[in-house]
Design a protein around this ligand. Structure first.
Ligand code: PEP
Ligand code: MG
Length: 314
């Protein structure tokens, strides 16, 4: 399957009954963009920009960032790029941005909350993204958002910078990785352009299991029916407002999960580059009806282990 999948990597990921899903790549380094395109990615579905910041001894200035992002756009040849704004804190420290000592850093100042305490950093990043994009398809999304109020505060910054640089319109979206945002997807959907579900953090915060916990790693499974229900709620709310939904957490590249995610009607999967050909091949094997049946079955189960057992025979 691997070799055949690679041969067909540039074909779209369309189910046997004609339903297409975009399969994009997750990147932390813009120098890997040509490789992602070569592996058949339909775009970059998650650029983890904090890795660009971590590669510098101090916060990269506007020109450095423009150079970085331009690199990605040039290699993409018109394919879309979803840039996640700086996601620092919790499991993602940044040496030159010392954070307060907190008892629970995973529940503290991190992600968009942290960025909103230093809006000038976010502004520079947004300016660099808009400048590098020009009229190429840029989508900006914010990490670890908990509700509409936080999204509005961050989007305000994008709007301000857009007006200053007279930039073309860009899609502005939200990562769904805090359960409150999935539960409130219906209140967010009218104001966002898209959702991208970060199943790594969404699972951590839903199951209350540290995503890096060695002993509990077997139980920290994103195929848990509680996580699947949050995904279902998010997609239903988004589609009711004609918004698209991606999944950019690791669940998107799990072959057992792909039928379930397709059946839950997600529009895009974003996975590590080397998995793109295989994920596309898995989708091409399915029909939408089969996928829906798998999703419905999974949602009736009581645990991730039960879900995996039920999906095994498929
Ligand atoms: C996620 O949480 O699922 C995600 C994609 O973001 P990261 O893994 O970078 O936290
Ligand atoms: Mg995350």
């Amino acid at each position: 399957l691997q070799a055949a999948a690679y041969d067909h990597r540039h074909r779209p990921a369309t189910t046997r009954d004609g339903h297409s899903i975009e399969v994009c790549a997750n990147l932390g380094n813009t120098a890997h963009t040509p490789d992602a395109v070569e592996r058949g990615a339909d775009g970059i579905g998650l650029l983890r920009t904090e890795f660009i910041f971590m590669a510098h001894p101090e916060a990269p200035d506007l020109d450095t960032q423009v150079w970085e992002y331009r690199h990605a756009f040039d290699a993409l040849n018109g394919l879309p790029l979803v840039a996640r704004t700086l996601d620092v804190g919790g499991d993602k420290p940044l040496d030159y941005w010392p954070l307060p000592q907190e008892d629970n850093p995973f529940l503290g100042l991190r992600g968009i909350r942290l960025s909103l305490t230093r809006p000038e950093i976010l502004e520079t990043q947004v300016r660099a993204l808009l400048t590098a994009a020009g009229d190429r398809p840029l989508r900006i999304m914010f990490p670890m958002v908990k509700d509409l109020e936080e999204f509005r505060a961050a989007r305000e910054i994008v709007k301000r910078v857009q007006a200053e640089v007279a930039a073309a319109d860009v899609q502005v979206g939200v990562m769904i990785e805090v359960p409150s945002c999935a539960l409130l997807a219906g209140t967010l959907a009218p104001e966002v352009d898209f959702f991208s579900i970060g199943t790594n953090d969404l699972t951590q915060y839903t199951l209350a299991i540290d995503r890096g916990h060695g002993q509990l790693s077997a139980e920290s499974d994103a195929l848990h029916p509680a996580v699947l229900r949050l995904i279902q709620m998010t997609v239903e709310a988004a589609h009711a407002h004609q918004r698209w939904v991606g999944v950019c957490g690791e669940l998107a590249s799990d072959p057992q999960a792909i039928p379930v995610l397709v059946g839950l009607a997600v529009d895009e999967l974003s996975v590590t580059s080397r998995r793109v050909p295989l994920v596309k091949a898995c989708i091409r094997e399915l029909t939408l009806d089969e996928a829906r049946a798998q999703a419905e079955l999974a949602l009736t189960k009581a645990s991730a282990a039960e879900v995996r057992d039920a999906l095994e025979s498929f």
